[in-house]
Write a protein that binds this ligand. Structure first.
Ligand code: PA5
Length: 379
């Protein structure tokens, strides 16, 4: 199980109240995802993943924010063996990126997985249209049987299109927000196609959902709260494994979108060592002391381990509070633990700051502006 190098004195009464609030929150559905796994859904996810593996050389995963970062983070970290190449699209509005993804697919057999809870986000919409054109040109009437849509159960443009055309559908539960959805069909289907053992992932998450795991999340949330109250306004997530750079991206999204509202929030940043020791290392050692560092300490080789130890000591001597989160194994179980640990910690931390961890009014405002001028922007 995850280990921590800190043990703050937590106000247990306050935490108990916060946990009760989180569990009762209409958007608190993610809390029970790993323990209350819907076995039938997991079986269906595995079946569909097998079908995709048989029919396609690559799967184009279309989605943005919470609809793609979590599963990409785990796939990039673990590089599991799979016959299907995963190609990501719809996470920007860059025509160059879209063309690159279309070229990557080339003449290969492919299928499409489009993930959007709202079904209206412009970035995935634009990419979906482009890839649908390619799919229909290649497969004609058979194209619809190669489209998989993960979206709202009952409503939204994507839902309606999927129903009308008979795409295979998966559901983003109503009570689970994008950045908390990795352990639902949003993450599990692409993970299964990529060859990740989703049973082990859920097993790791379920362990962290137990009493001891939640207690650890609360300790970490409490440390963040204490540091924030002492005017540390930036948290740097650092890791010594380059393949976890996307996990850091998911962390930034999780904390940034959950906490950054009502003029509150710790600014989340990330670094990959030892690469970044030769760029941002100077700032970390010697720059303005408004930040703390949270090392995600993965199991690693002997030489890299020496660097981890040296950095921890050097940065502490440089006056940075260094929190260490020890990850027990670099595999599905370890990442399952990490995902749940951080989700719970983030929800508690936001509540300690007095903000709603589960909405994202800022993101919605930007999406609305894009939608209002969508056609003009997309052309
Ligand atoms: O965490 C969130 O809620 C957001 O990052 C969303 O996932 C993101 O904006 C994509 O939204 P949608 O799935 O509706 O396309």
């Amino acid at each position: 199980m995850i280990t921590l190098n800190f043990d703050p004195e937590v106000d247990n009464g306050k935490i108990a109240q916060i946990l009760a609030d989180i569990r009762e929150d209409p958007m608190g559905g993610w809390v029970n995802l790993p323990q209350n796994i819907n076995i039938d859904e997991v079986m269906r996810i595995k079946e569909v993943a097998r079908k995709i593996t048989e029919e396609a050389e690559c799967l184009v995963c279309i989605g943005i924010g919470g609809s793609y970062l979590g599963h990409r983070a785990i796939i990039e970290a673990l590089s599991p063996k799979s016959e299907v190449d995963i190609i990501y699209a719809g996470n920007s509005l860059s025509k160059r990126e879209l063309d690159r993804a279309l070229t990557d697919v080339g003449d290969r057999d492919f299928s499409l997985l489009v993930i959007s809870k709202s079904g209206t986000t412009l970035e995935p919409k634009v990419a979906f249209e482009a890839f649908k054109r390619k799919l229909y040109e290649k497969y004609g009437e058979q194209a619809a049987s190669r489209i998989y849509a993960t979206t709202d159960a009952n409503k939204g443009e994507l839902h309606d299109e999927a129903v009308a055309n008979g795409y295979a559908r998966f559901v983003v539960p109503d009570n689970v927000g994008g950045r908390y959805s990795v352990l639902s069909a949003v993450g599990l289907l692409p993970l299964a196609v990529a060859g990740v053992d989703i049973d082990k992932l859920l097993e790791g998450a379920a362990e962290m959902a137990g009493e001891k795991g939640v207690e650890m999340s609360a300790k970490y949330a409490w440390m963040r709260y204490v540091l924030f109250s002492r005017n540390y306004d930036t948290e740097v997530f650092s890791s010594f494994e380059p393949s976890t750079a996307y996990f850091n991206e998911w962390l930034k999204q999780l904390f940034g979108e959950s906490e950054g509202k009502n003029r509150q929030g710790v600014f989340p940043a990330s670094l990959i060592y030892s690469t970044d020791l030769h760029s941002m290392g100077q700032f970390m050692q010697d720059g303005r002391r408004n930040l703390w560092e949270t090392i995600i300490d993965y199991p690693t080789d002997e030489m890299n381990r020496k660097v981890v130890n040296a950095v921890r000591v050097a940065h502490t001597q440089g006056g940075i509070p260094v929190l260490n989160i020890g990850v027990p194994s670099f595999d599905e179980k370890g990442f399952g633990e990490l995902v749940y640990f951080f989700e719970m910690a983030c929800a508690i931390s936001a509540k300690l700051m007095g903000v709603n961890p589960f909405d994202q009014p800022g993101v919605e405002a930007y999406k609305k502006l894009l939608r209002d001028d969508g056609a003009g922007l997309a052309s």
